[in-house]
Design a protein around this ligand. Sequence first.
Ligand code: CAO
Length: 451
Amino acid sequence: MALIDVKVPDIGDFKDVAVIELLVKPGDRVAVDQSLITVESDKASMEIPSSHAGVVKELKVQLGDKVSEGSVVLTLEAEGAAAAAAPEPAPAPVAAPAVAAAVPATAPAPTPAEAPAPTVAPAVASTPAAPHQPASAPVLGLPHASPSVRKFARELGVPLAEVKGSGPKGRITLEDVQNFTKAVMAGTVQTQAQAAHAPAPAAGTGVGLDLLPWPKVDFAKFGPIERKELGRIKKISGANLMRNAVMIPAVTNHDDADITELEAFRVQLNKEHEKSGIKVTMLAFLIKACVAALKKFPEFNSSLDGDALIFKHYWHIGFAADTPNGLVVPVIKHADQKGILQISQEMAELAKKAREGKLGPADMSGATFTISSLGGIGGRYFTPIINAPEVAILGVCKSQMEPKWDGKQFVPRLMLPLSLTWDHRVIDGAAAARFNAYLGQILADFRRVLL
Ligand code: CAO
């Protein structure tokens, strides 16, 4: 094994720059171009890459040492071709530090008060310093932080450019990243990516909703009152509903489906299965019909992931259930693989569990689409709120006999009101209208489910 001295390569005009970070220690195995130390002048910081691959034997610098081109950083037990060859270090890597690029040679160096010292080290700590750039191409505005802080930020997904540094010359410290993360979690700070997905600001204002404070009224002034805390489910679902209502650009399409024949079939089915104890309601047919529509229009069975869509190749249908404690959404898993009777039976079991407050997290997770049926209660149409991260929800109201023109005369038809709410970031109005129309066709002639 050959011992090699790894030296500071050509770093332009900079001499006697301070070592501010040691990125490796004796015993570490390093690759060619892996960053070994960070040095900092009064204008920039940069990482010094390794010229060889091997195992670190001894560090020749300490924090605070001043180094220049040619200073020995460490000795390395070289591996591979370098070990067999002469132990002379390789010439300065192409990845010479870009410190010169940060401050154009002809431009006067900005004072700390004018501009924060730019950090020219690359965003990825394990990547060597950026190639030497022409002095006319300044790389300003990159976050000023050590590689370990940048690595930490990267692991947490923290956009460093948005973190305010509290260290010398605005340097971003580990604590700055931690504090930023806490603030985002607490909702007191929003990242630019979050803001991009947040609702548009009110007219004439900057970023954010800029809403009036909630009205504070002393109700007791007007009559007797009683205060009751919200139940656990209401508290949890309230926060979710609020987020979904505010963050999703939702649109609702209303339509009607002719279920005259389907209702007759349902009544017939219930007569045949009277003894089995299974009761088939319209909701079971709706679940099956929705699966068919979701298969035809897959974006309705997707979720947004940043700028991408995740298409799910499974069809788990949630259904809103009204319970004494509040609204819950149990999920029929793999509804595509189940028949009407099995779906009806599972729905009855889940609805019973829901009313008894016995649903577990597994019963309520994994939905790809939700149906909220008020059919057993009444109403015409409503605008259900999408259950994020799903992208659409179907609201159903009570069916009614209505006169329909068949071309020659008015005939009584049983019409089911449908209200489809969809996320306009994912779905367009035309697709929503087609989805409803297709759903209507299936409900009007359920044989189409087989197609
Ligand atoms: N049109 C006309 N009648 C309907 C119907 C419809 N669209 N849907 C159901 N019905 C009838 C049923 O056939 C049943 O009639 P019978 O008692 O004569 O047999 C009756 O209404 C009651 O049905 P159901 O509500 O017990 O059964 P379901 O399968 O339709 O619904 C469940 C089950 C759990 C979804 C329902 O009980 C429930 O909780 N619905 C409320 C959902 C809700 O709150 N949504 C709003 C969310 S937003 O706040």
